[in-house]
Ligand binder design. Structure first.
Ligand code: ADP
Length: 165
């Protein structure tokens, strides 16, 4: 049976940390679905359309290189419902530090209570990228800083255009 993994996140913007988790988890599944959370009432940095476009151009080829099929979807409801809609039984999440651990364990526990058929699999962040956070990338970009070390080059270009950095 083909194994489908589901990696949900805001990806606002996608960072080299996300890409690390994507390339490593793609080696463990036959298909990896990247799911962009669209929360109504929360103003994102990049629009859902922009985030989907960047994932399709940057992350899907990385998934293919790892030997799996890749696709991008959006979701605005429960993540377990979105995973089931994609026929995924494995939820992928990344762990950077103790605060990720506490939050992610709670999230995985609640999700597992709601959906016994879906298992969360955690990947430890790689040492080279574990310090990268989308929230900090956004702050640096808004203040005119250089984000090229933290995000794929195409993301840096899109953000530079936006902020004139
Ligand atoms: P969310 O809003 O769901 O936290 P994010 O896009 O910030 O969305 O993160 C999605 C997932 O990717 C989370 O499991 C998060 O811990 C993980 N992640 C984010 N940055 C990194 C990183 N630098 N290394 C490893 N995992 C990461």
């Amino acid at each position: 049976m083909a194994v489908t993994g589901f990696y949900p996140g805001s990806f606002d913007p996608i960072t080299k940390g996300h890409l690390d988790i994507i390339s490593r988890s793609a080696r463990m599944v036959d298909e990896l679905v990247l799911a962009v959370g669209v929360h109504h009432g929360k103003t994102p940095f990049l629009s859902a359309q922009e985030r989907v476009g960047l994932l399709e151009r940057i992350a899907v080829p990385v998934i293919r290189d790892a030997g799996a099929a890749g696709s991008v979807v959006t979701f605005d409801g429960l993540v377990v419902d979105a995973a089931r809609k994609s026929s995924a039984r494995i939820m992928i999440r990344g762990l950077r530090d103790a605060s990720d651990f506490d939050y992610e364990l709670q999230l995985a526990g609640m999700n597992r209570t709601m959906a016994r058929d879906i298992e969360t699999v955690f990947l430890a962040a790689s040492p080279e990228t574990r310090f990268i956070a989308s929230s900090l990338v956004k702050q640096i970009a808004k203040m005119g800083g250089d984000i090229t070390e933290f995000v794929p080059s195409e993301v840096a270009e899109v953000i530079a255009e936006r902020f004139g950095n």
